[in-house]
Design a protein around this ligand. Structure first.
Ligand SMILES: Cc1cc2nc3c(=O)[nH]c(=O)nc-3n(C[C@H](O)[C@H](O)[C@H](O)COP(=O)(O)OP(=O)(O)OC[C@H]3O[C@@H](n4cnc5c(N)ncnc54)[C@H](O)[C@@H]3O)c2cc1C
Length: 390
């Protein structure tokens, strides 16, 4: 059978772009027979806080890319707070960078093109089938036959449904971006970020965030609420908008005067299936971090693992991807995600005020050490260490 392409990557977000870039690095000939599709055209709007942790720098450096080319602001410190008190954490010299996703994602897609991988935008994948000789993908511009597919189509994507792999919880997030507010609560320097966990007692399985941001050279502030829903039987005592309104009021802002946007995130679970014959999942489609909803470094890491699986599969003439799920779970990324899943269930499940106070107020060194070494830092060199052994 003649194939239109060897590899079809569905979605040109961080997961799809990273898969293409790692493929170009590992196997230029396979990358030349790869096509990336996205239903949108970059630069496209993507709802996101835009926080990039150190693992993003590590992965991009491994690809020979310079993140400094993207407009950004640094969050000098991240404060993990309960009722305004807690641990300040840095991951190296700063806590994390903050970018605008439309700029970061468009930059990455340009790098994909520079690396010699074809990208087609405004092409929506409508249906995927596995025929006797490979994958048949119906798109808004016609049928494409591919030997293998990468599902990097995000939290609401269709590839996960095709694989039957969605055992993870669905987190809910809402956010607003505003000019600098009348005041910051607590009154910290404008370059610092806050994760405030006070609403766990009311059933929010996550936190309220406050990040610095720059849009077209102007300083702005991004606020939002992350509710992981990892503990299925713990109801929320109110609406997410209500919780956001209370937090914004502490900053002198009125929710009614802000543009509120929301989007779900599909979260990692060690019970999720991440591949089926002919297809592997990457990024939100496979599952993001359940503890903090951090998904950009995770998406880039999945891309490295998907590219490794593709290269191995084509070299061995075996595109069943039977070992991919296990390979992801055994990788440094997978192990970090498993720890985050466990930590999320514990922290968001133990809502008693005394336990929360003991955690955030009395165990600062432990919280810092856990975040620095067991949550982040999984992508550190050597780069291939993110690929687990089968
Ligand atoms: C409010 C909010 C705040 C967040 N803040 C942060 C943060 O500060 N830091 C962080 O690390 N993470 C954050 N995240 C998570 C992060 O945005 C995601 O984890 C990340 O975008 C995952 O990348 P991805 O490539 O898997 O998916 P996406 O970025 O969603 O990309 C998927 C791509 O697939 C395309 N697509 C979808 N369906 C189709 C189709 N049928 N055919 C063709 N193309 C298709 C889409 O157009 C899109 O371009 C946040 C998420 C939300 C919702």
């Amino acid at each position: 059978m003649d194939y239109d392409v060897d590899v079809l990557i569905v979605g040109a977000g961080p997961a799809g772009a990273s898969t293409a870039l790692h493929l170009a690095q590992r196997s230029p000939s396979l990358a030349a027979r790869t096509l990336v599709l996205d239903k949108a055209r970059h630069p496209r709007h993507k709802l996101c806080g835009g926080g990039l942790v150190r693992d993003v720098d590590t992965i991009l450096e491994g690809l020979g890319l310079d993140l400094q080319e993207v407009p950004q602001v640094d969050a000098e410190m991240a404060h993990l707070h309960l009722e305004g008190r807690g641990a300040g954490v840095k991951l190296g010299e700063i806590a994390f960078h903050v970018v605008r996703r439309r700029e970061f994602d468009a930059w990455l897609v340009n790098k994909v093109r520079d690396a010699g991988v074809r990208v087609a935008e405004e092409v929506e994948v409508l249906r995927i089938d596995r025929g006797p000789e490979g994958m048949v993908v119906e798109t808004s511009r016609g049928r494409i036959r591919a030997r293998a597919v990468v599902g990097a189509d995000g939290s609401r994507g269709m590839c996960r449904r095709f694989v039957g792999g969605g055992a993870g919880a669905t987190a809910r997030l809402i956010e607003v971006t505003t000019p600098p507010p009348p005041r910051l609560d607590p009154p910290l320097p404008a370059e610092e970020a806050v994760f405030e966990f006070r609403s766990i007692g009311q059933g929010v399985q996550g936190y309220f965030w406050s990040f610095p941001m720059v849009i077209d050279g102007e300083r702005m502030r991004n606020f939002g609420i992350y509710d992981s829903r990892v503990v299925a039987d713990r109801p929320l005592a109110g609406s997410l908008r209500g919780f956001l309104a209370v937090e914004l009021a502490r900053h002198g802002l009125r929710l009614a005067e802000c543009k509120v946007e929301g989007h779900p995130i599909h979260l990692f679970s060690s019970a999720s299936r991440l591949a089926a014959p002919g297809i592997v999942l990457a990024g939100d489609s496979a599952g993001a971090d359940p503890l903090l909803g951090e998904g950009i470094s995770v998406a880039l890491g999945y891309g490295a693992l998907a590219a490794a699986a593709l290269q191995e599969g084509f070299e061995a003439g075996d595109l069943e991807f039977a070992g991919y799920t296990r390979q992801v779970h055994k990788s440094r990324l997978g192990r970090s995600l498993r720890r985050r899943h466990l930590a999320a269930r514990m922290i968001y499940g133990m809502h008693q005020p005394w336990i929360q106070r003991a955690l955030w107020w009395r165990m600062e060194p432990l919280v810092r050490a856990f975040v620095r070494s067991l949550v982040f830092g999984w992508a550190r060199p050597p780069a291939l260490a993110i690929t687990g052994r089968r």
